[in-house]
Design a protein around this ligand. Structure first.
Ligand code: ADP
Ligand code: MG
Length: 283
C-alpha cells in the first residue's frame, strides 16, 4: 500500500486542479496488464546482491515463488529478509542480479508506485490505517481504479464498488465493525484492516512482514486462517518468527541466512536441517 499517496489523498494537497489518481497508469501500459505467470511462477529473484557500505545484506540470493503459493520466509535477525522485500517493491536497488514479476515485468526497471500498480502489495509490520476514518472508509480510500482522489469519500460508490468493499470486509472478518473508527480497533483488527486495504487493490503478490507480532493467540489463529484463505487467488510471501504460526500456514519454508538461502522445503524438512538448527532454531 502506498501510504504516502493515500495520506496525500486525505490532505488538502490533493484538491488541486489535477488531483493525482489512484490508478495512474494509462491503459496500454505493459504494467497495467499485470504479470504473466503462465509458466507457473509469479516471482523470479536471481543472483541478487545488495551491499551497504561493502556489507552484503543480500548475497547472490536466488528464489522463485509459484503462482498462488503461500511461502514463509524465516531466518535470524539481519538475514536479509526485509531487504529482500525492499528489492521486490523497488525501494532498494540491487548491485547485481535480476528480479522479475512474472515473465514480463522487470522489477528493477520500475519505480515503487509502478510496482504497486502492477500488482505487488506490501504490508509493513506496524499497521498504518487511517485511525480517524471508519473501517468502510479505509477500504474505500484504498480502492484501485479510476476513482479520483478528491472524489474519494464524497462521490457515490458504484454498486460493484460497494459490493467489493463488503466482500473484503467479510474476508477480513470486520463486517460487523464497518462503521467503527479504525483507531478503536484492536491491534489484530487493525492488521486485518490493512490486509483488507491491500486486497482492495487486487494484488497478485502480497508481501507481509511479521503479521502476528503483538497479536493474541486467537488473533494469530485468525490471521493464519485469513492468509491461508487468500493463497491460491494470490501469491503470498510471509516473513515471520513465530514458528507455531509458520507451521500452521506454511506449505514451503525458505530459511535465509547471511543474505542467501540456507534451506528450503517443508517445515519438517527445514526444522530438522542441522544447518538451520545451528544458525536459527537453536538460538
Ligand atoms: P532481516 O529483515 O532479516 O532482519 P534486514 O534485511 O533488515 O534483515 O537487514 C540485513 C542486513 O542489512 C542487516 O545487517 C542490516 O543491518 C543491514 N541493513 C539493512 N538496511 C540497511 C541500510 N539501509 N543501510 C545499512 N545497512 C542496512
Ligand atoms: Mg526484517
Amino acid at each position: 500500500m502506498n501510504i504516502t499517496a493515500l495520506a496525500g489523498k486525505l490532505s488538502g494537497r490533493s484538491r488541486s486542479a489535477h488531483p493525482p489518481r489512484v490508478g495512474q497508469l494509462v491503459t496500454g501500459d505493459p504494467l497495467s496488464a499485470g504479470p504473466d505467470a503462465s509458466h507457473g511462477l509469479i516471482l523470479y529473484i536471481e543472483d541478487v546482491t545488495v551491499s551497504f557500505d561493502g556489507f552484503k545484506a543480500l548475497n547472490s540470493l536466488t528464489l522463485y515463488i509459484e503462482t498462488g503459493e503461500l511461502r514463509c520466509i524465516i531466518g535470524p535477525n539481519g538475514a536479509g529478509k526485509t531487504t529482500m522485500m525492499d528489492v521486490i517493491t523497488g525501494k532498494t536497488r540491487p548491485d547485481y542480479g535480476s528480479a522479475w514479476f512474472g515473465q514480463t515485468i522487470d522489477l528493477l526497471a520500475h519505480t515503487e508506485p509502478e510496482i504497486a500498480q502492477a500488482g505487488i502489495g506490501r504490508k509493513f509490520q506496524q499497521p498504518t490505517v487511517f485511525v480517524q476514518h471508519t473501517v468502510f472508509e479505509n477500504l474505500e480510500l484504498s480502492m484501485a481504479g479510476e476513482r479520483s482522489v478528491w472524489g474519494g469519500l464524497f462521490s457515490r460508490l458504484a454498486p460493484a464498488e460497494r459490493d467489493r468493499i463488503d466482500e473484503v470486509m467479510e474476508t477480513i472478518g470486520l463486517s460487523k465493525c464497518r462503521h467503527l473508527l479504525a483507531g478503536t480497533l484492536s491491534h489484530g483488527q487493525k492488521q486485518w484492516l490493512e490486509i483488507g486495504m491491500l486486497l482492495m487493490q487486487a494484488p497478485r503478490l502480497l508481501l507481509v512482514d511479521e503479521p502476528v507480532a503483538g497479536m493474541t493467540p486467537q488473533e494469530t489463529e485468525r490471521t493464519a486462517e485469513l492468509l491461508s484463505s487468500l493463497a491460491g487467488a494470490h501469491s503470498i510471501i510471509v516473513i515471520e518468527h513465530d514458528m507455531e504460526f509458520v507451521r500452521s500456514i506454511a506449505e514451503k519454508v525458505t530459511v535465509l541466512h547471511e543474505g542467501r538461502v540456507l534451506a528450503e522445503g517443508s517445515i519438517d524438512h527445514v526444522q530438522s536441517d542441522p544447518k538451520v538448527v545451528e544458525v536459527y532454531l537453536g538460538e
